[in-house]
Write a protein that binds this ligand. Structure first.
Ligand SMILES: C[S@@+](CC[C@H](N)C(=O)[O-])C[C@H]1O[C@@H](n2cnc3c(N)ncnc32)[C@H](O)[C@@H]1O
Length: 217
């Protein structure tokens, strides 16, 4: 690891808005971490936390947690949130595969998946954050009717996700193959992550999918 990454990794544990262990917060994030009763939104694979920070900044009525396995990237977002004195933004360093140890069933109001790694070869598809095993985890943690939002530049991941959602019985609420030709929602186009800005500069179209799982009965 380069020197700067090592320093940021070490500094992560001293940041008040970062957790790397559940620390008894499972089922109690709103009350014991954010000290309110606001809905909890996750950004999965948040990298430097661009989306999490901007979403929290624009919506004081919600709590936002950015999750990523890479500590030095999280450090950037967590430090920025502290500089902005955002009491409704936090960060968790974890593999997404482990999030059931951090959150209780029904604790999450909505999930954002922003520019996840596409993992193209067939053998790696189970690592995709929209593969069936991940969808099952999200389903268990979301409140009934909780929305999942995906933004990606990757065509393979986009079509894979649409097929997987059909197979898994999810309800597709929005499917925009080129977000910037039609959308006007500021949460969709007004917040751009580092990867999104790079893809747009390269002339790629940004795809957006929103879905939920049907509730029983
Ligand atoms: C392509 S980057 C996108 C970062 C950010 N969302 C953005 O749009 O700028 C994907 C991020 O997902 C994280 N990631 C991928 N798979 C993960 C997993 N299974 N658990 C935790 N983080 C993961 C990576 O560490 C990386 O920071």
């Amino acid at each position: 690891m380069a020197k700067q990454k090592l320093i940021r990794f070490a500094a992560l544990s001293s940041l008040a808005n970062v957790r790397q262990e559940p620390d008894g917060l499972r089922g109690r994030w709103a009350a014991d971490f954010f000290h309110n009763d606001h809905p909890l939104i996750l950004e999965l694979g948040c990298g430097r936390g661009d989306y999490a920070v901007a979403l929290a900044q624009g919506h004081p009525e919600i709590n936002v947690l950015g999750l990523d396995i890479k500590g030095p990237r999280l450090w950037v977002g967590a430090t920025r949130a502290l500089e902005l004195q955002l009491g409704n933004a936090g960060f968790v360093r974890t593999a997404i595969e482990q999030i059931e140890t951090f959150f209780a069933p029904g604790e999450i109001a909505a999930i954002w998946i922003t520019f996840p790694d596409p993992h193209p070869p067939a053998g790696r598809r189970k690592k995709r954050l929209t593969s069936p095993r991940f969808l099952a985890i999200y389903r268990s943690l979301l409140q009934p009717g909780g929305l999942i939002h995906l933004k990606t530049d990757d065509e393979g991941l986009y079509y894979y996700t649409l097929l997987t959602l059909r197979d898994e019985g999810a309800e597709l609420l929005a499917d925009l193959p080129d977000l910037y030709t039609g959308a006007s929602n500021p949460d969709l186009t007004g917040i751009q992550t580092a990867y999104e800005r790079r893809h747009l500069q390269e002339g790629k179209s940004i795809k957006y999918i929103c879905f939920r799982f049907p509730t029983a009965g």
